[in-house]
Design a protein around this ligand. Structure first.
Ligand SMILES: C[S@@+](CC[C@H](N)C(=O)[O-])C[C@H]1O[C@@H](n2cnc3c(N)ncnc32)[C@H](O)[C@@H]1O
Length: 284
């Protein structure tokens, strides 16, 4: 694993995100990684990441997309701002004996020369960067001319499954503390198909396509609660920062609200909506 820093480019939002993900790799792998994995094959298809291609997966988390790319015969590089995530991704790959290289680096400043990769992917990462426009441009920069970049983000408005935990927190009176920075308005973009398409075009990509993807994530209630209860993502930090009585109340509200989304098999059926966007760096 190699490391680089881009602290001079980090916004307050970026610094907060670093703190939010620190120490979360194991809990993320057990919980939300299974949700995000749903679009990993589509992400690789959209990036044309196949056998023999050199693939950069940015914001790799615990390495789902990079590992799948390697399984397709690609030479995959797993990159994330959080060292724990990269260590977990590389360690997971190592268990089956095949190498996966990891790099600790943060958007919007990646330590690669222009045009270093045949395919660049970033699954559910542009939701977590302080400068989405600069981040998208950086993803485009490191793709070879004529090659593809593919990203996923959560769409707005969210589906009922995505708001379940947030609704439970709100019912328990747990609010997002004002100490969590928001994105600067000038850096933000609409989390819609048109908004993501414009972001990717402004990043210099051509032949941009954005597709909405809806699916139902099936999971047992305890596993779904375990993500935020372990402090994963912003909602997890808001929950774990609340007093114990409020946390207990939030769990009770979660159980009540979850009943509305429970299927006959006892699992929760959680509707989600995301956007898959992809485009090509113009040929040289
Ligand atoms: C929701 S997770 C997605 C992980 C993975 N792509 C997946 O689909 O499971 C977001 C990841 O983005 C990483 N991240 C956040 N900000 C980043 C940045 N500025 N540059 C690179 N990675 C970042 C986080 O550390 C975290 O691992």
């Amino acid at each position: 694993m190699t490391a680089t820093t881009a602290t001079d480019l980090a916004t307050p939002f970026d610094r907060s995100e670093r703190a939010i993900w620190r120490g979360s790799a194991d809990a993320y792998a057990r919980t939300f990684a299974h949700l995000c994995a749903h679009l990993a094959p589509d992400l690789l298809d959209a990036a044309h990441a196949g056998n023999g291609t050199r693939v950069l997966d940015v914001g790799t988390g615990t390495g789902t997309v990079a590992l799948l790319a390697r399984g397709r015969g690609a030479d995959a590089l797993a990159c994330d701002a959080d060292p724990g995530m990269v260590a977990t991704a590389v360690g997971t790959a190592g268990r089956d004996g095949a190498p996966l290289t990891g790099v600790v680096a943060a958007l919007p400043a990646l330590p690669f020369a222009d045009g270093s990769f045949d395919a660049v992917t970033a699954g559910f990462v542009l939701n977590h960067v302080g400068r989405p426009r600069a981040a998208a441009a950086e993803l485009a920069r490191v793709a070879l001319p004529g090659r593809r970049v593919a990203v996923t983000i959560w769409a707005s408005p969210p589906a009922a499954g995505q708001t379940l935990v947030g609704r439970a927190l709100a019912a328990a009176g747990i609010e997002r503390p004002t100490t969590f920075p928001s994105l600067d308005g000038a850096d933000d973009f609409p989390r819609t198909a048109d908004g993501l398409a414009a972001l990717l075009r402004d990043a210099g990509l051509v032949d941009v396509v954005v597709e909405e993807r809806r699916w139902v994530h099936r999971v047992d209630a305890d596993t779904w609660w375990a993500g935020p209860a372990s402090g994963v993502a912003t909602v997890g930090k808001v929950l774990t920062g609340a007093p114990s009585e409020a946390r207990a109340a939030a769990r009770a509200h979660f159980d009540r609200l979850a009943d509305e989304l429970r299927g006959d098999d006892g699992l929760l059926a959680l509707p989600h909506v995301a956007l898959l966007g992809h485009g090509r760096r113009p040929p040289a």
